[in-house]
Design a protein around this ligand. Structure first.
Ligand code: SF4
Length: 131
């Protein structure tokens, strides 16, 4: 089974066959725009961590904080913000999903185990910088 860890609806700009050998740099300026309008998929391990973070069972967590999208995804507010986005940033930062940890890199593992990475397209008004 192929695995893609990349924000849903993010455009893939480039892929490489030897990502671990290729330099990559990104500076986040905490504008928080990257946490809007993303389908943040969560796997069972991530659900367990987030549920513990919230003091809930995994069933309670799924009912309260997720939605059905392309797989199980974190819910969004009416403005399109991730439900865990607070005024100072991510409110579950220590337990945030892998896709958030890697952003703006997307990780792809093909059925044969080949790993590649892509660069996600940033929000048009993002203050983040590729360096
Ligand atoms: S889990 Fe945190 S880092 Fe990930 S989209 Fe939500 S607020 Fe942003």
């Amino acid at each position: 089974m192929a695995i893609d860890v990349v924000p849903e609806r993010e455009a893939v700009l480039a892929r490489t066959s030897s990502p671990r050998l290729e330099p990559f740099g990104y500076v986040c300026h905490r504008c928080l725009r990257c946490c809007y309008h993303k389908g943040i998929q969560v796997n069972p391990y991530e659900v367990a961590r987030l549920a513990r973070n919230r003091g809930l069972t995994t069933s309670e967590f799924r009912a309260a904080w997720t939605a059905d999208g392309a797989g199980l995804v974190l819910a969004q507010t009416e403005s399109g913000a991730c439900v865990f986005l607070g005024s100072e940033g991510c409110t579950v930062h220590p337990d945030r999903p892998l896709v958030c940890r890697l952003y703006p890199l997307g990780r792809h593992v093909s059925a044969d185990g080949t790993e590649t990475y892509s660069h996600a397209e940033l929000h048009p008004q993002s203050r983040g910088e590729f360096i």
